[in-house]
Design a protein around this ligand. Structure first.
Ligand code: FES
Ligand SMILES: [Fe+2]
Length: 460
């Protein structure tokens, strides 16, 4: 629970042009224009309307367990601190001093009682309220402006914290929609529903547009080709996962889940369970032996060591890849960072979590680089201005089933998830979205006593 309701919005603004007509031309049912990936002016608008105008993943509560702990995040171009307050609440503070805008914290994470601006020493409580303002008396127009840090609206779903700047966002559960069931399932496979996100991510960057990650997230065909060298290293080529030789003939399914979300369920292709797909890994035999010696080398435990073979993707920035959370962070129109957060199950045997780390290292080391190379090669190809269009029609006429709710279920060779997220992209990008900063605004009275005395020093 958080105290969002105690915060009040600043002025509400909706910025930028109406792009409805232009985007109706650029995003078509089966084609999309190269400008979506190459145009800096569209990128600028994405940083406002996609990142900020709707919900996006910010972090996990397990990253900030103790009061005073914080992690530095970004929402589009906004620097954000995800903070645990003294009262145990989760807050999303803008990492921006209210004096002249200095980024308060440069550290990625830490634990402390206050955030103090390095420039002129203003400091703020964990809940964003101004705490100390040196030489308060010399700021002549101090009382006319807000001092407390701006806040995002943050809400937690079972530990997963989402944030938005939208003035009137959808309720979080409505935004999750049918994706909620898949997120519940992911959480519930951890004993007691307890999962812990390790704070130090494996970070990779690629020189291509961030939406490449979305085009790729539910692309069930690319693995056979782009990850060929990875497949040849192990026995996956013989299995019916997305790494299978002919994924189009497998019983795996992909589904669109609304608001750009989607899921690929590989489990129908692996009746023997996820662990059956595992390749040799460092220390695997020793860890399995140790589990077996205690009678704990069960299918449930071992499957927990692998990914659950369900790739859930929550638009615009969170992809579940095996047991890892992949957070997609756009840095520029052709520059993207992906952070892979390892997740452990606190209620599982230690060997299972050690196996998880070995499993996680595997694909990130030998598979993810394939994807990033493809993204950069696509970006390079899209520089040809005479070739305007990118095809996204696969699966449209070959077995996709459209439900009454408009959601699409198909084989994993379908590009329906790409079409679906781009529809959501177009919806969000077409018109200005009213956004706002929230803050507590009870601060000015604190300084009223200091002003007549013109006393040096701050107010604590
Ligand atoms: S910019 Fe932060 S105290 Fe001046
Ligand atoms: Fe891939």
């Amino acid at each position: 629970m958080n105290t969002e309701d105690a915060l009040r919005p600043d002025a509400i603004a909706a910025r930028g042009p109406d792009l409805s007509e232009e985007l109706a031309h650029l995003v078509r049912p089966d084609l999309v224009h190269r400008r979506l990936y190459t145009d800096p002016s569209l990128f600028d608008i994405e940083m406002d309307r996609i990142f900020g105008g709707t919900w996006a993943y910010l972090g996990h509560e397990s990253e900030i367990e103790k009061p005073g702990s914080f992690v530095r995040k970004r929402l589009g171009r906004r620097q954000v601190l995800l903070v645990r307050t003294e009262a145990g609440e989760v807050r999303g503070l803008l990492n921006r001093c209210t004096h002249r805008g200095t980024m308060l914290m440069a550290e990625d994470r830490g634990c402390q009682k206050r955030f103090t601006c390095p420039y002129h020493g203003w400091s703020f409580d964990l809940d964003g309220r101004i705490r100390n303002l040196p030489v308060a008396d010399s700021y002549d127009r101090l009382f006319e402006r807000p001092f407390d840090l701006g806040q995002l609206r943050v809400e937690s779903f079972r530990g997963f914290v989402f944030a938005t700047m939208a003035a009137e966002p959808l309720p979080l559960l409505a935004w999750l929609g049918p994706a909620r069931r898949w997120l519940d399932e992911h959480i519930d496979r951890h004993p007691g529903g307890r999962l812990r996100v390790l704070p130090t991510a494996v970070i990779q960057e690629y020189r291509a547009n961030w939406k490449m990650s979305w085009d790729n997230a539910a692309d069930g065909i690319h693995a056979t080709f782009a990850h060929r060298s990875y497949n040849l290293l192990g026995k996956e080529a013989e299995t019916e996962t997305v790494l299978a030789r002919n994924p189009a003939t497998t019983p795996m399914i992909s589904m669109t889940l609304g608001h750009g979300h989607c899921v690929v369920d590989q489990r129908p292709g692996i009746p023997a369970g996820p662990w059956s797909t595992m390749r040799p890994l460092p220390t695997r035999a020793d860890l399995e032996d140790a589990l077996a010696a205690r009678g704990e080398a069960t299918a449930v435990n071992l499957d927990l060591a692998t990914g659950n073979m369900v790739n859930l993707s929550l638009f615009p920035n969170l992809l579940f890849v095996g047991n890892q959370l992949m957070v997609v962070e756009p840095l520029g129109v052709d520059h993207t960072r992906v952070s892979m957060f390892l997740v452990v199950a606190d209620g599982a045997p230690e060997e299972i979590n050690l196996l998880r780390l070995r499993v996680d290292e595997d694909f990130v080391s030998f598979g993810t680089p394939d994807d990033l190379e493809m993204f950069e090669r696509v970006q390079e190809g899209l520089k040809v201005v005479e070739e305007e269009w990118v095809d996204i029609s696969r699966g449209d006429h070959a077995g996709d089933v459209v439900g009454e709710d408009g959601l699409v279920t198909g084989g994993i060779s379908s590009e329906a998830p790409i079409r679906a997220y781009l529809e959501e992209w177009k919806r969000l990008m077409s018109k200005p979205i009213p956004t706002t900063v929230r803050r507590s605004r009870i601060e000015a009275a604190k300084f009223a006593g200091a002003r007549p005395a013109r006393a040096a020093g701050g107010v604590a």
